[in-house]
Design a protein around this ligand. Structure first.
Ligand code: XUL
Length: 526
C-alpha cells in the first residue's frame, strides 16, 4: 500500500489539497478550489464578504466547511486513493478567528455523513462571520493592548510581534467591546487552521505554536498562553482558548464523517494544523535554523529560521513557531512587484525581461542613487503616507531607476532583518521576479550570499502534507528527521545558483548606511 499523506491549505481565496507519496517522494495529486467560483451562494469577493466599512474584512466560516466537503467530493471523483491516506494535516490563512458556542463540541463529535458539513454545523457559532487577516479595523484595540503590555518592545518580546490590526487578540478585544453578549456566549475560539482541524478530527482542535504566535496572546518563548496578554485583551479569555500544541501533533483518528462519506482510511490520523506561512516555510525546505527564503511576489516576504527566539524591538517583523522546531520570522514588504511594475510602466518598458536588462545596464550601487518605492503605504518600515523618494538619482535615467528600485527593496530587506542576527549560507528565492537572473544577482550581491531559485506550486499545502507525514512517523515511533523528509520535494532548480560578486558586495556594504539615512530622512518628512 502506498504511504500517502494529505495536506490542505485553507487560504483567503481558495482551499487546496496536496497528496504526497512518501516512498516515491512525489506529489501525486494537487487541486485548488476557488471559493467565489465554487461556492457563489456565500457571496464572497476574493473570499471575503463585502462590507460598507473598507477596513472590515470578514468571511463566513461555513464557506470553509462547505469547501472542505466539496474538495473531498472532488478527490473521490478524481479517484485519489483516499483509503491509503495515513494522516491529514493542513494550514490556514493566519490570524482569522472562529467563534464557537457550547453546541460546537457535541456537533463536531457527532458529524452525520448523511448531512453536509454546513447542515451539521447549524447553530454552533457565537459569531456568524470571522474577521480575517485583511481586516484593519482594530487600531484602538491594538493601542489599548500594547499600552497594557508596556509598549512595542515588550509586546513584541512577549508575544513575538507588536500588536497588529489583523492579529487575533485585538480582533477578540473588538468583538468583546462591540458584542459583549455574543462574546459571553463564546465557548471556544478557533483560528482558521484549528477550525478546519476540528472538522477533520471531529473535536475542538488545539492551536499550534506556529499559528498561535499570530494572536498577540501566546508567550513566544514559553509557548503557553500569556496571562497578561489574555487579561489585556478580554475577560475570561483563558476559558475560551483551546490548548496549544506542537504543529503536526496527533489530535486523534479522522472523524468517521470523512470515512463513511468519502472513503478516507478509517485508520488515518488527524494532526494539528498550522498557519500558511509556517507551513510554506517547510514546503520551501526551511527546516534548519539560520535558513532564509525570500518570496518576490505581489508583496515581498522574507522568511528566516532561528534556533533561539529574538524579537524585533521596532515591532516591524513577526516571530512565529516553526513546524520544524525553533522559530520562524516573517517580514512583509508591501511594495513588492506592484511597485516594480509601476516603475516599469513609468519608463514604458514592455516586459519583465527588458526590465531585467535595464537593471543589468546600470552599475551596482548606481553611483549612490537611491529610490524609495512607497507607492502604497508600507508595512516595513511603517509608512502611512505613501510617496516615492529619489536621492542623488536622475529621474530621466530609466536603467538607473530600474536598478535603484530593486536595490532599495533588497537593501531594505537586509536592513530590516538585521535584528534576527542570522547569517545564512544560502538564500532560497521564489515568486515571479525570481525568474530573472539580473535581479537575483542584485539580491546575491546586496545580501553577499549565494542565491538559489526554488519552484514549489503550493508550498503551504505541501508543507502541511510533510507535517502530516512527520506526525504519523513520530506517532509510529519512527524518529523522523526533517532533512530526510523534505528531500526531493523542495529542491532548488538545477543551475539556478548565483554567487555574489565580491566587488559589488563591498559597494552594498557601504551603500546600506546611506540607504538607512535616506529612509530616516524620508520617514521624518512624511
Ligand atoms: C501573515 C499574514 C498573511 C496571511 C495570508 O501575517 O497576515 O500572510 O497568513 O494568508
Amino acid at each position: 500500500m502506498a504511504k500517502l499523506f494529505l495536506g490542505l491549505d485553507s487560504s483567503t481565496q481558495s482551499l487546496s489539497a496536496v497528496v504526497i507519496d512518501l516512498d516515491t517522494r512525489k506529489v501525486v495529486y494537487e487541486k485548488s478550489l476557488n471559493f467565489d467560483q465554487a461556492l457563489p451562494q456565500f457571496k464572497t469577493r476574493n473570499g471575503v464578504l463585502p462590507h460598507r466599512d473598507p477596513l472590515v474584512k470578514h468571511s463566513p466560516p461555513l464557506l470553509w466547511a462547505a469547501a472542505l466537503d466539496l474538495l473531498f467530493a472532488q478527490m473521490k471523483k478524481d479517484k485519489v486513493a483516499l483509503g491509503n491516506i495515513l494522516a491529514v494535516s493542513g494550514s490556514g490563512q493566519q490570524h482569522g478567528s472562529v467563534y464557537f458556542n457550547d453546541k460546537a463540541a457535541p456537533a463536531l463529535a457527532g458529524l452525520d455523513p448523511k448531512k453536509s458539513l454546513v447542515e451539521n454545523l447549524a447553530g454552533v457559532f457565537a459569531r456568524k462571520t470571522s474577521p480575517v487577516w485583511m481586516d484593519s479595523s482594530t487600531a484602538p484595540e491594538c493601542a489599548e493592548i500594547r499600552k497594557k503590555l508596556g509598549g512595542i518592545k515588550f509586546t513584541a518580546s512577549r508575544t513575538g510581534s507588536d500588536t497588529f490590526e489583523r492579529f487575533t487578540g485585538p480582533q477578540i478585544r473588538k468583538f468583546y467591546k462591540t458584542e459583549p453578549k455574543a462574546y459571553e456566549k463564546t465557548a471556544s475560539i478557533a483560528l482558521v487552521s484549528s477550525f478546519m482541524a476540528s472538522l477533520l478530527a471531529g473535536q475542538i482542535a488545539p492551536i499550534d505554536f506556529g499559528d498561535g504566535a499570530g494572536m498577540n496572546l501566546m508567550d513566544i518563548r514559553r509557548r503557553n498562553w500569556n496571562h497578561d496578554a489574555l487579561k489585556a485583551t478580554a475577560p475570561s479569555l483563558a476559558k475560551k482558548l483551546p490548548a496549544l500544541a506542537e504543529p503536526g501533533k496527533v489530535i486523534g483518528p479522522v472523524s468517521p464523517y470523512f470515512v463513511r462519506k468519502f472513503g478516507l482510511n478509517p485508520e488515518a490520523i488527524a494532526t494539528v494544523w498550522t498557519g500558511d506561512n509556517p507551513a510554506s516555510a517547510v514546503g520551501l525546505g526551511l527546516i534548519k535554523p539560520g535558513q532564509v527564503a525570500i518570496s518576490l511576489g505581489t508583496s515581498d516576504t522574507f522568511f528566516g529560521t532561528m534556533e533561539k527566539c529574538s524579537t524585533d524591538e521596532s515591532g516591524e517583523g513577526h516571530v512565529f513557531g516553526s513546524p520544524a522546531g525553533g522559530y520562524l520570522t516573517l517580514i512583509c514588504f508591501k511594495n513588492g512587484s506592484l511597485a516594480r511594475e509601476k516603475i516599469r510602466e513609468y519608463y514604458k518598458i514592455s516586459d519583465w525581461k527588458k526590465f531585467g536588462e535595464r537593471v543589468a545596464q546600470a552599475p551596482p550601487g548606481n553611483g549612490g542613487g537611491i529610490l524609495l518605492p512607497w507607492f502604497e503605504p508600507e508595512i516595513v518600515p511603517r509608512v502611512n503616507r505613501p510617496g516615492v523618494h529619489r536621492f542623488d538619482l536622475d529621474e530621466k535615467n530609466a536603467a538607473a531607476n530600474c536598478r535603484a528600485i530593486f536595490e532599495a527593496q533588497m537593501l531594505s530587506m537586509r536592513l530590516h532583518s538585521q535584528w534576527m542576527q542570522v547569517t545564512p549560507e544560502k538564500i532560497f528565492v521564489t515568486g515571479g521576479a525570481a525568474n530573472d537572473r539580473a535581479l537575483l544577482q542584485v539580491l546575491a550581491d546586496v545580501m553577499n550570499c549565494r542565491v538559489l531559485r526554488i519552484e514549489v506550486a503550493k508550498s503551504a499545502a505541501l508543507g502541511a502534507a510533510l507535517s502530516a507525514a512527520y506526525g504519523w512517523l513520530a506517532a509510529a515511533g519512527k524518529n523522523p528527521q526533517w532533512d530526510k523528509l523534505v528531500a526531493g520535494f523542495s529542491a532548488p532548480v538545477p543551475g539556478s545558483e548565483i554567487k555574489p560578486d565580491k566587488k559589488a558586495a563591498r559597494i552594498y556594504d557601504q551603500l546600506i548606511e546611506k540607504y538607512a539615512a535616506c529612509e530616516s530622512d524620508a520617514l521624518d518628512a512624511v
